[in-house]
Design a protein around this ligand. Structure first.
Ligand code: HEM
Ligand code: HEM
Length: 183
């Protein structure tokens, strides 16, 4: 099977895995928040907000980097619909990684809750009103978009495993350069 000629830059790989780990941390922080009560539980939400806003900034930087650097061609052996599915998943990931933190930010802003970035500075609130009712609507979108993110992640991981174990076309190595190529 023909191997793709190109690979992702170090910056792209670093941003990919940093953001993936931070998304995992977000889910763990919310799980911890739901499993606890009192000050610890509230602190976990504060960290969730700070990590989430950091994901937003890193995602915007990543999109800028991606636009400044030419796209990497997918293996020629992939069928047309597979390429469309892969690219659509990638674009929707970027959309979700903006919509999720922005709706969280809007919800905190609507309810007038201050956001502290890891206790270092106050993150500015967006100029939206509406109180708890509006915050609830933003949180509904937050939760829905998270569900969408899980669907994308399932497709993405299944795709990565198919590339590695079925097609054996080196696509996984483009994002994890140090794993050995399969014969
Ligand atoms: C990519 C970044 C983010 C991810 C992946 C994420 C993920 C999640 C998840 C999985 C939940 C639980 C939803 C449920 O109960 O079904 C949640 C809840 C929540 N998120 Fe986020 N979130 C992110 C960013 C943010 C940001 C930036 C803020 C606010 C500035 C925020 C504020 C909240 C709040 C207030 C809750 C509800 C917590 C509670 O149950 O009291 N999130 N988020
Ligand atoms: C929350 C977790 C993840 C997110 C948000 C995510 C997001 C993305 C995005 C947006 C791209 C496209 C990069 C671009 O060209 O602009 C990408 C590529 C890639 N991801 Fe992930 N990813 C995640 C987890 C994973 C995992 C767990 C694996 C491995 C099992 C993986 C393997 C890959 C590979 C191999 C590529 C390169 C595809 C290609 O060469 O076209 N990703 N990822």
């Amino acid at each position: 099977m023909a191997e793709p000629q190109t690979r992702y830059s170090g910056i792209s790989i670093m941003l990919h895995w940093l953001i993936a780990l931070m998304v995992l941390a977000q889910v763990l922080l919310i799980t911890g928040h739901e499993a606890t009560e009192g000050p610890l539980s509230r602190e976990l939400v504060q960290i969730h907000k700070a990590v989430g806003l950091s994901i937003l900034v890193l995602t915007l930087a990543r999109i800028g980097w991606r636009m400044a650097n030419p796209a990497i061609a997918l293996p020629q052996a992939m069928k047309g619909w597979e390429k469309v599915l892969a690219r659509a998943t990638h674009i929707l990931f970027y959309v979700a990684l903006i919509v999720i933190p922005v709706t969280g930010w809007l919800a905190s802003s609507a309810s007038g809750r201050d956001i502290s970035w890891f206790g270092l500075f106050d993150w500015p609130l967006l100029p939206v009103g509406g109180g708890r009712e509006a915050a609830g609507r933003f949180m509904d979108i937050h939760e829905l978009a998270v569900k969408g993110l899980y669907v994308l992640l399932a497709l993405h991981i299944l795709g990565a495993l198919k590339h590695h174990f079925v097609d054996r076309d080196g696509v996984l190595q483009r994002m994890i350069p140090f794993i050995p190529r399969r014969p």
